[in-house]
Write a protein of this length. Structure first.
Length: 256
């Protein structure tokens, strides 16, 4: 039922606060047209259509923040202040635009103590590595056990320009594959700016650990991957800023 931009519209938006990504996409399409009574999915045929098309599937985002930050002088770069805000919050705000479930992977209880203070009041799960100093595979292995969603974005905590539209593209290309991973012209893979099937990771990461494999590339080679050329992504993000990361303090001075 079409409605005017009144209190009913405000209530409709509030009702979507707890809804999945697909429902929010539906609202973003319909709201400029005058809105619909979206206080219930049953009242919104277009949202139901999106659900049947698979757009209402709940998606997760995993932010890896438990690295040693050796190139950052062994300081926790997730706390690095960018425009007065910790780097990890810049990334999380971008991640939250595209997913329903957010997990942050940390190295130990000490890191959890101060990161949890930054994340206070946010609906974010914190997971501690089960195997210390095992790199990104260790963080992924522990985190996927608490993720409910069938598909997830995995990204580092040092990518403040993560583009939600690029993330949406990658999720859309995942169907039928274990992973959708951007690839540069020279063959370099953006394995920590990619989306994955959770069940595939549940099988592959323990095998990597059993064999002592620590690199993200070791994990990727065990998966059925859809490689996404960066030229395809450039149509959404012409300067490919989404891949910008801050590995060293001087990167901030160069980029900003």
């Amino acid at each position: 039922m079409w409605i005017q931009r009144t209190q009913d519209e405000i209530q409709g938006k509030k009702a979507l606060d707890g809804c999945s990504w697909g429902s929010r996409v539906a609202w973003s399409i319909l709201e400029p047209l005058g809105g619909l009574d979206c206080s219930s999915n049953l009242h919104c045929p277009i949202i139901l259509w999106l659900s049947f098309k698979g757009l209402d599937e709940v998606r997760a985002g995993l932010v890896l923040a438990g690295g040693r930050s050796s190139r950052f002088g062994f300081r926790d770069k997730s706390l690095f202040k960018l425009d007065g805000t910790p780097l990890i919050l810049h990334v999380l705000e971008r991640v939250e635009e595209s997913v329903d479930e957010v997990v942050v992977s940390l190295s130990d209880d000490r890191q959890r103590w101060y990161i949890s203070k930054i994340l206070e009041g946010r609906d974010i799960k914190i997971v501690i590595d089960e195997i210390r100093e095992y790199g990104p595979i260790g963080g992924i292995n522990a985190s996927i056990k608490v993720i409910d969603s069938e598909s997830l974005l995995i990204v580092g905590c040092d990518m403040p320009h993560l583009n939600p539209d690029v993330v949406d593209l990658l999720f859309g290309l995942l169907e039928g594959y274990d992973a959708a991973i951007p690839v540069w012209e020279n063959g370099f893979l953006e394995g920590l700016h990619s989306v994955y099937n959770r069940d595939a990771l549940l099988h592959a990461t323990p095998e990597c650990i059993r064999l002592g494999e620590r690199r993200i590339l070791d994990l990727i080679r065990r998966l059925n991957v859809r490689y996404v050329p960066v030229e395809e992504i450039r149509r959404i993000d012409p300067e490919l800023k989404t891949f910008t990361n801050i590995n060293r303090p001087e990167d901030y001075r160069i980029l900003y």
